[in-house]
Ligand binder design. Structure first.
Ligand code: NI
Length: 396
């Protein structure tokens, strides 16, 4: 079976590269993946693969039924949306949508999953059970497509026993993959803080309430949420990435300052406590200094926990397919992923696909305007995922 999958991956590689390049050249933003969804549905249709278009508006769910289709169902997920970044790469498949780019590799995830569809479709007579392929929209933007698809019933009829997802990792060489059982990625909440004072001439501060000074105190004070309030063994991050006043000049104290930031952690109880403490501290500082503060928290994705048993098993299957030397153990990371929603419902495994190639200078990180991949990684992207699916269907 392993050799068959490798042969099929090789056979469908050029087709999958073409698909990836098409998707890369035609990126669409979260919640606007109209043509991407249509393209994926069309590709599945060309090969007679049963699918439903319109999940979460632009998503597609496909089904590959083996023998005894009801025996067991598993799900594989790819995200399909792109980012608001203007591509700087000069490549034939450069983004044709100004200011939009597949800079997070979701074109790779989608193309790989279409490759999986081709491989498993060719092997229908040789495995038992059903593989549900989820092409999910809107990973990059709250509330995220995963929660929408789950509310629409994507984990029912038939209910998958487990779900697997992959994500590009340019820091990892092509041909390698990485796993992390247990806690893997953080919850992420967006912070929007408006500090209000009373503006006026900068030379008469005693007649004003300076929101710049209040905001500065808030930024500094809130650092103790992590350094003095968080349990040191629970990873937490608080970053303010934006601070702007509306108005203001060298000689003008503005009326208002706006802050934007992110809070990330890996413990739901602490997450709720931290929200309250951040708000209290900011409001207290603003009030104490004669101003006021509106502290809005937009709750983002929960933490992503990889099921221990499933992930160790998948890691073992990966080692069988790629060789132990090509499977690495990954650390936790503080980035977030809406795959987390699936992981809170059913056993899940989110692993990373090596897409870098130092010798060919393919090293740019994700979310940069020079991100690209070594397209040989698509061989692993579709081959390994097909192998993991087939092996997982054998598990009872
Ligand atoms: Ni991504």
């Amino acid at each position: 079976m392993k050799e068959k999958i490798k042969q099929l991956a090789a056979r469908f590689h050029s087709e999958t590269v073409e698909i990836r390049r098409h998707l890369h050249a035609h990126p669409e933003l979260s919640f606007h993946e109209k043509e991407t969804g249509q393209f994926i549905a069309r590709k599945l249709g060309e090969h007679g693969i049963r699918h439903e278009h319109g999940w979460g508006e632009n998503g597609v769910v496909a089904y590959i039924e083996g023998k005894n289709a009801d025996r067991k169902t598993i799900a594989l997920r790819a995200d399909i949306d792109a980012l608001p970044i203007a591509e700087a790469n000069q490549v034939p498949y450069k983004s044709q949508n100004q200011g939009v780019m597949h800079a997070c590799g979701h074109d790779v995830h989608s193309a790989s999953l279409l490759g999986v569809a081709r491989i498993l479709d060719a092997l229908r007579g040789e495995f038992e059970g059903t593989v549900k392929l989820i092409f999910q929209p809107a990973e990059e933007k709250l509330p995220g497509g995963a929660s929408i698809l789950i509310s629409e019933g994507v984990l029912e009829n038939p209910a998958p026993a487990v779900i697997l997802g992959q994500h590009v990792l340019p820091a990892l060489a092509t041909g390698k993959v990485g796993f992390k059982p247990g806690m893997f990625m953080a919850s992420a909440d967006e912070l929007y803080v408006t500090v209000r004072g009373r503006g006026g001439h900068a030379a008469v501060p005693h007649e004003c309430v300076d929101p710049v000074l209040i905001a500065s105190h808030i930024v500094v004070a809130l650092q103790q949420i992590v350094s003095r309030n968080a349990n040191p063994i629970v990873p937490s991050v608080l970053t303010f990435g934006k601070i702007n006043s509306t108005g203001g000049a060298t000689n003008v104290i503005p009326n208002e300052v706006k802050l934007e930031g992110t809070f990330r952690t890996m413990d739901e109880q602490w997450r709720a406590i931290a929200h309250g403490r951040m708000r209290n501290m900011a409001e207290g500082i603003a009030a104490g200094m004669g101003g006021s503060c509106d502290f809005r928290i937009e709750k983002g994705y929960p933490f992503l926990k990889n099921d221990e048993v499933l992930t160790l098993r998948s890691r073992q299957f990966a080692a069988e397919y790629l060789g132990e030397e090509n499977v690495i153990d990954l650390p936790m990371r503080m980035t977030a992923e809406d795959f987390a929603y699936y992981s809170q419902k059913i056993p899940a495994c989110f692993y990373r696909l090596g897409t870098g190639n130092v010798a060919r200078c393919i090293t740019s990180p994700i979310h940069t305007d020079t991100f690209d991949i070594d397209e040989d990684s698509l061989l692993t992207g579709m081959g390994l995922m097909s192998w993991l699916a087939v092996k997982e269907l054998e598990v009872f």
